[in-house]
Design a protein around this ligand. Structure first.
Ligand SMILES: Cc1ncc(COP(=O)(O)O)c(C=O)c1O
Length: 412
């Protein structure tokens, strides 16, 4: 396709090898929910179960030493992937786990009455609910950056929302509904000018383009392995080392302490270990490392360019359909959010599923955004580098027959 053709990578994905849904070849357009897994990742996980099962960083066996080394090496891979130091990579259960750790370990500790958490109305629940709780418990307040008419966050709007009360600016690098990229470097500079820290919910950004923590001045970044071709159950909180050192862990237990005594005196280990109490999802973390290597081998720039070209193609074709309204025609990423005239989003989703197309409908966990869009819900096709123009054509053909009668027919 066009300038970059990544279809050669389809062969790496067993789910793309002849799988059908409802009697049609599967068209997987639900990548913002979770991505498919390439053979390299599946083999890494299988290898752990078949040949390398052991706990890590606890055992005296040669096997434990071997797997512990691989497990620690994933920190180096992730550090290369997002441009930071390995000890700044904290393993978590995913983006939600990372955001809760941040809210608990930083928000609860450093915020108090009179402080402001600056965010947007298009955030995923996982980047709002933990902060609501911080506000409830500390007396801090949430403030929302006004979005442009299109639904974008701009540097100007961030600047006009800043004052000395703002202690944290936290927002999605890419909105999971509208697919817009936030101007992260500029926002980091503005936040720092006011002495605030800048936390990026990278769940929809990290899998799709290159981010460099040092160059962009990002203080915290959270993301999930399963949205970047890795296994579920694993993820990362990146934090600038000085900030991680000041933060409290959300969990306490084995592995995170250097020692403790019967009187309750606890000496925690250094970062990042102090945050990783208990056995972590070892196979998930090994698989996440394999996924990051796989994406870097393809090249994040190529992934980004290919997705943009593919989404532009899909939007152009959708705009030819009189019954389809696209809400984010100019977004930079593979998320295309739309509605079919007169068809309830969930009914459209079910109808498209009956035609072999997997996507998502509803509010996409961003439950304040519908007020902004002035619709109760939307349908979201989210593309990744293994999707093709032909699959976009399949969606277009299905949308042509997506009427209220046909959508309801499938339930009868
Ligand atoms: C923007 C954004 N943030 C956070 C999350 C939460 O990710 P997870 O469910 O993997 O923890 C999602 C998931 O869809 C998301 O899209």
């Amino acid at each position: 396709m066009g300038t970059v053709d990544l279809s050669v990578y389809r062969k790496d994905f067993p789910m793309l090898d002849g799988k059908t849904m409802n009697g049609h070849p599967l068209v997987y357009f639900d990548n913002a929910a979770t991505t498919l897994k390439p053979r390299k990742v599946i083999d890494t996980v299988l290898k752990y179960y078949e040949e390398e099962t052991t706990n890590v960083e606890r055992g005296d066996s040669a096997l434990s030493a071997l797997v512990s080394a691989k497990y620690e090496n994933v920190r180096k891979i992730i550090a290369k992937f997002i441009g930071c130091d390995p000890e700044e990579v904290v393993y978590t259960s995913g983006a939600t786990g990372a955001l809760n750790l941040l809210a608990e370990g930083y928000g609860m500790k450093f915020l108090s009455e009179g402080n402001v958490i600056l965010t947007t109305e298009e955030e995923h629940a996982s980047n709002l609910l933990p902060w609501f709780r911080v506000c409830e418990r500390t007396g801090a307040k949430m403030r929302y950056i006004p979005l442009t008419e299109e639904g974008r966050v701009t540097e100007e709007n961030v600047r006009s929302s800043m004052d000395e009360h703002v202690k944290i600016v936290t927002l999605a690098g890419v909105s999971n509904v509208l697919g817009y990229e936030a101007p992260l470097k500029g926002i980091a500079d503005i936040a720092h000018e006011y002495g605030a820290v800048f936390a990026v919910d990278g769940a929809q950004a990290v899998p799709h383009f290159e981010l460099n923590m040092k160059e962009m001045g990002i203080d915290f970044l959270s993301f999930s392995s399963h949205k970047m071709c890795g296994p579920s159950g694993a993820g990362v909180l990146y934090g600038r080392k000085e900030l991680l050192e000041k933060m409290d862990p959300a969990n306490l237990g084995g592995g995170s302490n250097a020692r403790f005594d019967r009187y309750g005196k606890i000496i925690l280990r250094e970062v990042p270990d102090k945050f990783e109490a208990g056995t972590q999802p070892i196979e998930g973390i090994l698989g996440m490392g394999a996924a990051a290597e796989y994406l870097m081998e393809i090249g994040m720039d190529k992934i980004h360019a290919y997705e943009k070209e593919l989404r532009d193609y899909l939007v152009k074709r959708m705009e030819e359909l009189p019954n389809v309204k696209v809400y984010n025609p100019d977004a930079e990423t593979g998320i295309v959010t739309f509605n079919v005239e007169g068809v309830f989003p969930q009914d459209a989703g079910s109808y498209l599923s009956s035609r072999g197309i997997a996507l998502r409908s509803g509010q996409h966990c961003a439950k304040i955004l519908p007020d902004f869009l002035k619709v109760p819900g939307t349908v979201r096709a989210s593309l990744y580098f293994y999707n093709t123009k032909e699959e976009c054509d399949t969606l277009i053909e299905a949308l042509k027959t997506c009427t209220v009668e046909n959508a309801v027919d499938i339930f009868i």
